[in-house]
Write a protein of this length. Structure first.
Length: 402
């Protein structure tokens, strides 16, 4: 009997795939939703609101207190109260593509679909809702017991500055989380992501005329340039720790000794220990900028250095609970013909980083496979989307004690 139910749930995904799920994906992709255009993101989110209502889910709208991005959504299954604890299915509705890029249309060529966000990650959202629709139709009794939330935020592509607080508030109510970012090669599951941060080092020297009073000036660019090798030397590829000086600005004119300069740093780290090491290292750098360096002119030692910036996403580190969650998902993934196994440490972050930092067991990369996210060549596989939806539907059946 149990096998019959599982077959019915999978069949429910197949039956609705071309008539409901793919059309939903087309509507979502055709609605632009660049993070920096909140009205567009809101319009896309309202498409999900309508689908959620039709599927019997309640909807909580969480506006951005600063009003910079569209409101976030939290949908709840009927059995879960506002303060109830349960599973979370996590995704984002925003994309990186502004209307001005002209990358707006949904296109299909057999198994391959193209369009803005078709991989990152509107297809993942369709899996989140398609699995629930199939479970609800095939096994309403199990669906009535499922304690789950669907969290859809509007600012993931800019580092989740607004939704980070929503995740903090919701984390005590989340037993475990499945995150539907793009699938990885061979369907491997993401359990680890590097954290990230951005920092700026500022240097203040003294301006003077380069022709008439060069010796009176203190060159902020010269002083700051001496720190670049020390910053880059903090990189340790074997540990997954990188610091990249990606911006360098300063000066006002060629014939003026520059009073001010600044450099921008992107930092990535695979563990909380490396996160702390980067922060301590940068703080020490501005406190003792020329420690151990020979031949630094005395006047450059008068330059004042300051540091600002922060960790934007903590690292997502695998735990025993994470691996247990992965093993449970892999059983249903294998049942649906998907590959299994753990993906290598990922360089980019996602909202899984934020939940994992609050102690929530998370697995990620559960959306369909494709390539070129954040590029106008972005595509995803419909066969992969169908299998991912079937796997999630079975996972929800098991989570409901089906």
């Amino acid at each position: 009997m149990q096998g019959d139910v599982r077959a019915q749930v999978r069949a429910g995904v197949v039956e609705r795939f071309e008539t409901w799920q793919v059309p939903l994906l087309e509507r979502l992709v055709a609605q632009p939703s660049c993070t920096r255009a909140p009205a567009d993101v809101e319009a896309a989110a309202r498409l999900l609101d309508a689908e959620a209502e039709s599927l019997g889910l309640s909807c909580e709208v969480h506006p951005d207190p600063a009003g910079r991005v569209a409101a976030h959504r939290v949908y709840r299954a009927p059995s879960l109260g506002a303060e109830g604890r349960g599973l979370a299915l996590v995704g984002h509705i925003d994309t990186v593509f502004p209307r001005s890029m002209g990358f707006l249309a949904f296109q299909r060529d057999g198994d391959v679909v193209r369009g803005p966000g078709v991989l990152d990650m509107k297809s993942g959202l369709c899996a989140m809702f398609g699995a629930w629709a199939a479970l609800r139709a095939a096994c309403p009794e199990a669906a009535s017991r499922l304690a789950a939330r669907w969290i859809v935020v509007s600012d993931e592509e800019t580092g989740s500055p607004s939704s980070a607080d929503l995740y903090r508030r919701l984390s005590p109510l989340i037993s475990e989380a499945l995150v539907f970012e793009a699938g990885r090669t061979e369907d491997r599951i993401v359990t680890r992501r590097r954290g990230s941060g951005v920092w700026t080092v500022h240097a203040k020297g003294r301006a003077s005329h380069a022709g008439n009073a060069h010796a009176e000036g203190i060159n902020a660019i010269h002083a700051l340039a001496l720190l670049v090798p020390r910053i880059e030397a903090m990189t340790d590829h074997a540990r997954g720790r990188t610091l990249n000086v990606g911006l360098f600005e300063g000066g006002t004119a060629k014939n003026t000794v520059p009073e001010r300069a600044s450099l921008g740093i992107d930092g990535r780290f695979g563990s909380s220990e490396d996160e702390e090491a980067i922060v301590r290292g940068l703080e020490r750098l501005v406190r003792e900028p020329f420690a151990g360096m020979q031949g630094v002119p005395d006047r450059l030692r008068q330059v004042e250095f300051t540091l600002d910036g922060r960790v934007s996403r903590p690292p997502m580190e695998a735990t025993d609970a994470t691996q247990a969650l992965r093993a449970r998902y892999e059983r249903v993934a294998s049942e649906c013909g998907l590959g299994t196994g753990e993906a290598p440490l990922q360089g980019g972050g996602s909202d899984a980083n934020l939940l994992a930092a609050h102690g929530v067991p998370c697995i990620d990369g559960l959306g369909p496979f494709g390539r070129h996210f954040h590029e106008t060549e972005e595509w995803s596989s419909l066969d992969s989307l169908r299998r991912r939806t079937e796997a999630l539907a079975l996972f929800l059946l098991d989570a409901a004690g089906g």
